[in-house]
Design a protein around this ligand. Structure first.
Ligand SMILES: C[S@@+](CC[C@H](N)C(=O)[O-])C[C@H]1O[C@@H](n2cnc3c(N)ncnc32)[C@H](O)[C@@H]1O
Length: 284
């Protein structure tokens, strides 16, 4: 697992813009996403061996998952520091924490590959669907290790390969076929970048973690209709938004092709995708 093809500065500028612009859409589609993703959060909370009163780091928290579950688990005597690259995602994480009545969760903007946090200052860490988005996953996993106390646990996860994660891969394939969008160069940070069996374990080992256990988790993502799924992707995917801003005439062609492509997943009035994720526990 090596660093992505861009310099850190180019990567950070691209990621910050993409995630900042997506935050509102993530918030709008959150109930649908989290209905499927919540099960993985639940498992990560178990794998992190959390106890009441612990101080826990949640890296790449996005809209605050699994940070909110962790905050509930560690209780008012514990606390969570939820870190993300962009403020606009953290804005919604704070809003969700306030709505849940949690005041033991602090959100702070930070680069995952260079955490401005003290060595050995956390009792545990969670990192859901984050390693593959970092420019240098091993560097990020090393940083998490650095800020944990000796013997503390990390619970983390990545998606599987494109063939195993149809709800992410199919829109990408249709974009290549219908819009002629190029595949990003190998190693480019993205949701499917660390999906091969053994890849997460290898990155954890390279970052110095011990006691690594990896398990397969099926994440079921369900949408009301093919059209609802198409809207979900067209609003969330930054490369698609950028393309349609330049070529609005391509929108309908893409939407029709994707809707057609996902028909086999539409059964009994629901569009359902079964997707593979890996969940891992590792010890400092
Ligand atoms: C898929 S989203 C949300 C992940 C969240 N843990 C979840 O499972 O819902 C990924 C998040 O990672 C953040 N991110 C991407 N690259 C990052 C980096 N280098 N450092 C910190 N956060 C980053 C993005 O801003 C985004 O909010």
């Amino acid at each position: 697992m090596t660093r992505g093809p861009e310099t850190q500065a180019v990567y950070l500028a691209r990621m910050s813009a993409a995630w900042s612009e997506s935050a509102h859409a993530w918030h709008r589609h959150w109930p649908v996403f989290e209905a499927g993703a919540g099960e993985l959060s639940r498992r990560l909370v178990e794998l992190a061996r959390l106890q009441t009163g612990m101080r826990v780091l949640d890296l790449c928290t996005g809209l605050g998952e699994p940070a909110l579950r962790v905050a509930q688990r560690v209780g008012p005597d514990g606390c969570v520091v939820a870190v993300d690259l962009v403020e606009s995602m953290l804005h919604y994480a704070r809003e969700r924490a306030a709505a849940a009545g949690l005041d033991n969760l602090r959100c702070t903007a930070m680069e995952g590959e260079a955490l401005a946090l003290a060595d050995g200052s956390f009792d545990a860490a969670t990192f859901r669907w984050g390693p593959m988005l970092l420019n240098d996953p091993v560097q990020g996993l090393s940083e998490v290790r650095r800020v944990l106390k000796p013997g503390a646990w990390l619970a983390t996860s990545v998606w599987g390969t494109g063939q195993e994660v149809p709800f992410i891969a199919l829109p990408g394939l249709v974009a290549e076929e219908v819009l002629g969008l190029a595949k990003p160069p190998p190693g480019t940070p993205g949701p499917l970048r660390m999906g091969r069996a053994g890849e997460l374990e290898a990155a954890l080992l390279a970052a110095g973690w011990h006691g690594i256990g990896v398990e397969r988790v099926i994440v079921r993502m369900a949408f009301d209709s093919p059209r609802a799924f198409v809207e979900f992707h067209m609003e969330l995917a930054s490369h698609l938004r950028a393309h349609f801003a330049q070529r609005p005439e391509d929108r309908q062609r893409f939407a029709d092709a994707l809707e057609q492509r996902v028909q086999p997943f539409y059964r009994d009035g629901r569009l359902v995708f079964e997707n593979l994720a890996y969940a891992a526990a590792a010890r400092r």
